[in-house]
Design a protein around this ligand. Sequence first.
Ligand SMILES: CC(=O)[C@@H](O)[C@H](O)COP(=O)(O)O
Ligand SMILES: NCC(=O)COP(=O)(O)O
Length: 245
Amino acid sequence: MTKLSVNINKFATLRNARGGNMPDILKVAQDCERFGADGITVHPRPDERHIRYQDVIDLKPLVTTEFNIEGYPSKEFMDLVLSVKPHQATLVPDPPDAITSNTGWDTIQHQSFLREVIGTLKAAGIRVSIFLNAETDKVEAAKTAGADRIELYTGPYAEEFERARTQPQNLQLFNAYKDTARAATATGLELNAGHDLNLDNLRFFKLHIPQLKEVSIGHALVCDALYYGLENTIQLYKRQLTEIE
Ligand SMILES: CC(=O)[C@@H](O)[C@H](O)COP(=O)(O)O
Ligand SMILES: NCC(=O)COP(=O)(O)O
């Protein structure tokens, strides 16, 4: 089974626009779970423009499914994650001013840094996933750095899927995703995926990479919820994953 972890960042963007507590992020997370989400993902950024550090602390006792915290492993991020102890931390190489995540780790260049932060998180009993481009040559170094999983950065896949909409089977780039997924599995790494996944491109991805453990989806899912409602939307996404299992 591939889990659907709902990234609730964009609900916090809406809340922050007015400075009050609408929508209530804690209720949103609980409702996502009630509507079928298998996990809750948050990606606090240094400027706290959406999820705030305090939200992460407040969410911890309420999340009953899998709690996944994503972000760059700065000292502040590490302190937060180590105090909250989520089920999973996903490390992303975002600079502080990034608009959104736009690349995976160079696991070879940052090997010693990754080894240190992953070791610290794993010693605290937290599963560690690291954000990776579809590059087979980065997989072995992800494993030697100590990661349990990789999260395939699906932004380029989503772009190519959009371009090749009429003939998705011709997706050239997709071979790199399949190869990277295969290499990860052969190395003993489990597989997550995320970024710009949506109701159009999710099914094809899952169909060809069936060993996916989890997808984390936020931006498109929140946009779809404006039209279809949150409960329907979560069910629509889950159907993309389960109908082909
Ligand atoms: C790692 C990843 O792809 C997501 O966490 C994504 O970056 C969401 O972050 P934003 O909501 O800030 O775009
Ligand atoms: N890890 C990816 C994630 O949490 C959500 O990314 P997006 O769906 O907001 O692009």
